[in-house]
Design a protein around this ligand. Sequence first.
Ligand code: SAM
Length: 271
Amino acid sequence: MSDRARAGTVKHITSTQNPVIKAAKALQQRKARAESGLFLAEGHKLIVDALDEGWPPEMIIALEPKSDEEGVTKLAARVRAQGGDVIFTNIPVMEKLARRDNPQTVIGVFEQRFAPLETMTKGTVVALEGPRDPGNVGTIIRTADAVGASGLILIGAATDPFGVETVRATMGSIFHVPIARTDLARFSSFAVDFPGRIVGTHLNGTVDLRDVPAAEPQMLLMGTEQSGLTEAAASVCDPLVKIAMAGKADSLNLAVATAVALYELRRPFLP
Ligand code: SAM
């Protein structure tokens, strides 16, 4: 989209049928994200997080600011200075692009970034086998950020981490946590050479999570929402742990289980 060697342009678009607006709207669909390598992030805070992280947007689309609205004007200047384009628009266009329940006044279009799997060897790495729920994955990215985990690996048929719902649930952490994706076969050979312990969580785990001494590098491996870890994934783990439960619930929600395990495994490293 933009040429980063020059300042971004400013345009005014008022038609919901404008091709730029239609292309941005299409990024709500996984197919368009896969084809373009782009994604949407909504709201002022997320765009500031991205700029602070050195991940400037290709473009922002913002409600035309009123003369006294300094925030958007300043943000637009920052985006342009880093080569991103700025489109000022009206309420009907923003309504077409934004969520209905909490419409934002600015939306950013960003390039997706995936980290190479080989870089996931330091600190505490979180790996998820085939997670389907965007809210879970977004919440896990946010939690991984909060505990200072070094990265996330998505294995197999996982939900798109750059989907609108997932990005929303990360609350900006999508720009802070490196994400790698791989298939199970490649993950299994990567796991063989991983320089630390791989802690798998399983309802049939034989070790209590609280008895696992935290030591980095380490990897936490979580199973799918529906059926848990596959046998192939469980076989690379040592130990396979259970999170103690006292009531009648069969299991914890995936994001909750990940949070409990991450806080346990990162306990000595937290401030
Ligand atoms: N029916 C699934 C099963 O049989 O594993 C439940 C999956 S659970 C909703 C999603 C993931 O969270 C599991 O694969 C596991 O990684 C983790 N998990 C949830 N509760 C757990 C517990 N009490 N002990 C260990 N892992 C747990």
